[in-house]
Design a protein around this ligand. Structure first.
Ligand code: PRP
Ligand code: MN
Ligand code: MG
Length: 181
């Protein structure tokens, strides 16, 4: 297989930009949770990469757990109805939960996850996302930590996939037209 970089049209965020921003977010998060025992909750599979780097940018220890969800129906996310494929192993009653995501697109996935977690009597639920597409938003979500607001273009890399590929790209970018044909 060719080098993945050959499939990119444009690099939107370099490794350095991503790591620098994650460092800033980690410091902000650590300040906010200084006296609290935070539980990081990642959403499989896209959040794997940002979780790995964000948690290691924290100056102190933090717990981690994972959820996997899927939309009902065609696999498009238009319905906003979500099914849990893998639930948390952790009881989040009275816990401070920080959801970690790679991207908020329409917002439907996170909006559902947040209300689902809210119903379990946690002490708090906040959201950290590396990327957000303000132009694609279909629901309002209160997001405490945002890495970058980006244009409404299809992007891959740093956990984000196209047909399950490109998650292991170290940058975030758009794909060249030949990839789709
Ligand atoms: C992507 C992304 C977010 C979600 C955002 O996940 O990782 O979880 O879509 O979309 P939304 O804001 O419109 O709901 P996807 O469902 O593609 O699964 P994946 O993480 O396994 O790639
Ligand atoms: Mn995802
Ligand atoms: Mg995906």
């Amino acid at each position: 297989a060719e080098h993945m970089g050959a499939d990119l049209e444009k690099v939107l965020l370099t490794e350095e930009q991503i790591q620098q921003r994650l460092q800033e977010l980690a410091e902000q998060i650590w300040g906010d949770y200084r006296d609290k025992d935070v539980l990081l909750v990642g959403v499989l599979r896209g959040a794997v990469v940002v979780m790995a780097d964000l948690m290691r940018a924290l100056p102190g220890t933090a717990e981690m757990d994972w959820m996997a969800v899927s939309s009902y129906g065609s696999g498009t996310k238009s319905s906003g109805v979500v099914r849990i494929l893998k639930d948390l192993d952790t009881d989040i009653t009275n816990r401070h939960v920080l959801i970690v995501e790679d991207i908020i697109d329409s917002g439907l996935t996170l909006s559902w996850i947040r209300s689902n977690l809210d119903s379990r009597s946690p002490a708090s639920v906040e959201i950290c996302t590396l990327l957000r597409k303000p132009e694609a938003a279909k629901v309002e979500i209160n997001v405490r930590y945002v890495g970058f607001d980006i244009p409404n273009d299809f992007v891959v890399g740093y956990g984000l996939d196209y047909a399950e590929k490109y998650r292991n790209l170290r940058v975030v970018g758009t794909l060249a037209p030949h990839v789709y044909s």
